[in-house]
Structure formats: C-alpha cells, structure tokens
Design a protein around this ligand. Structure first.
Ligand SMILES: Nc1ncnc2c1ncn2[C@@H]1O[C@H](COP(=O)(O)OP(=O)(O)OP(=O)(O)O)[C@@H](O)[C@H]1O
Ligand SMILES: [Mg+2]
Length: 255
C-alpha cells in the first residue's frame, strides 16, 4: 500500500519560519485535496497555538503517542480538514526519558509505520539538533529547510547538512533528501537578492522556485488561530504558499 510522503521542517536556527511554513503548507495541500497529518514536534507548541488550540487543555498529544500510550489515530484531532497531533511542554521531557532506549532514534518512525490514509505527513521540528530532530530526520523522506536570505543563513546550513548526512549514513539509508524554501524574502533588499543568488548557485534545483515573501498577514494570522488562506486569502502570503504547494506536487528534483 502507498505510504505518505513524510516531510520534516527543520533548521536548528530559531525563528526562520519552520512553523509558519509547516502550517500554511499543510493547509495549502489540504486545499489541493490532499490528506494531511500535521505533527507539532516542538515543545514550544507554536504550531498548536497557531491553530487556535490551548496547549494546556489537550486530551492527548504527540508526547502520548511517542510514549506508546495512545495511537496516532486516537490522538489526532480534526482541524481545518487535516489531522493534527498537537504538542505541549510534556514533549520537552521526552528526550531525557528516551535516552536509555536502544532504538531511540526510530521511535517516531515506528509510530508512523502504517499511515496509508494520508498523502502527506508534515513534521514541525524544534530549533535544535537533539533527539527530537534526529527522530524526525529518521522518520522522513524529505527535509524542507526554510531559509531567510540573510548573512548568517548559509553558515547554519552546513551544520544542518552535516546532521542530515550523518542520519542518512547511520539510520535512514534511503533518505532524507533536502529542499530549501526561501522565506521572508524582500526584493527591495539588496542583500536578500545577493544571498538568493548564492543559495540558488550552491543548492541548484533543491531550492524551490516559489519564494515566500515577507508579508505582514503571514505574521498576523496565527494570533487568530488561522492559516494565511483563511486570514488573508488574497494576500501575497496566500499566493506564495499556494504556488509552493503546487510546486511540491510536481516532480521532485533528483536526489
Ligand atoms: N513570510 C513571512 N512574512 C512575515 N513574517 C513571517 C513570515 N514567515 C514567518 N514570519 C514570522 O517570523 C517569526 C518566526 O517564524 P516561525 O515561528 O515560523 O519560525 P520557526 O523557525 O518555527 O521558529 P522556532 O525556531 O522558534 O520554532 C514569526 O513571528 C512569524 O510570524
Ligand atoms: Mg517553530
């Protein structure tokens, strides 16, 4: 049976747009009639809050799924036409609790083993390279790296690419392949353009042609518990995210 495309949104650098991309892409794919499971895999629970949920009032979370006390099916909530596995601060305990387990890197992968009802599983990772991120990298086929076109952006990239290469060698021979999402792009900024050229030169067709522009509505939407498609459907943000989702559905670059 066909298994879903599992995509981890990853960058150990904080505040680069992982959660914003994960959420709006998940909703965008749902609008394009795909069945999507979204996993908040960050103890900060920003994705959970951005969906308008109260992290203190959740019946079960991804933490419970990882502990094996509930199944994905039991814990997943129906939100905006998608299934969502929310998070709360409990997740921050998981890394310590798992440390002694022999197959600790494979815990998430084993929980996601049979999810053929979904076309996509989207995982929002924390800004760190610890065991949670390693679990996501082991479970996924693709890593999407949101990148702001700023001076230090490329510096963090090599660390992340090393981590991906290490995971590939040790735990996930068939993947993960990475793609770069240029985000918060402002064509008026000369530095943004210069760095965009460098990024495209270095990473070629792994960089999405669709670019997410800096857009105030994208930043405002989460405080209303809305995606960009509900909050401002005619905005640049909605246009950019939809274009990116369409590009995702086309052919992947060769690994
Ligand atoms: N295209 C955009 N235009 C304007 N603001 C944006 C855009 N994308 C993201 N932001 C804002 O940038 C900030 C960081 O985004 P986000 O929370 O998605 O990053 P993150 O990588 O998930 O952060 P963390 O590492 O803390 O998990 C947020 O305030 C968000 O609203
Ligand atoms: Mg985040």
């Amino acid at each position: 049976m066909r298994q879903p495309d599992i995509i981890a949104f990853c960058n150990q650098k904080g505040g680069v747009g992982k959660t914003t991309c994960a959420l709006n892409i998940a909703v965008g794919l749902t609008l394009l009639k795909k069945k999507v499971l979204v996993i908040d895999f960050d103890p900060q629970a920003h994705l959970t809050y951005s969906l308008g949920l109260d992290a203190h009032q959740l019946k079960s979370t991804i933490y419970d799924v990882m502990r094996g006390t509930v199944s994905v099916d039991e814990a997943a909530m129906d939100i905006k036409g998608m299934k969502v596995l929310p998070a709360n601060l409990d997740l921050s305990r998981l890394e310590t609790e798992m440390i002694a387990l022999s197959k600790k890197e494979f815990a998430l992968k084993s929980r996601l083993a049979d999810l053929s009802v979904f076309h996509y599983v989207i995982i929002d990772c924390p800004p760190a390279s610890g065991l949670l991120t390693v679990n996501a990298l082991v479970a996924c086929q693709d890593v999407y790296i949101p990148l702001q076109m700023e001076f230090l952006a490329l510096k963090g990239m090599s660390r992340l690419l090393n981590l991906i290469a290490e995971v590939k060698k040790k735990y996930n021979k068939n993947g993960p392949a990475y793609r770069v999402i240029p985000t918060r792009y402002d064509a008026r900024k000369r530095l943004n353009n210069a760095i965009m050229d460098k990024v495209r030169e270095r990473f070629g067709d792994r960089v999405f042609k669709s670019v997410i522009r800096e857009n105030i509505a994208v930043a405002e939407a989460p405080s209303f518990g809305q995606s960009i498609f509900e909050y401002a459907p005619k905005s640049h943000g909605a246009e950019d995210y939809l274009a990116l989702c369409r590009e995702m559905l086309r052919k992947k670059p060769s690994a």
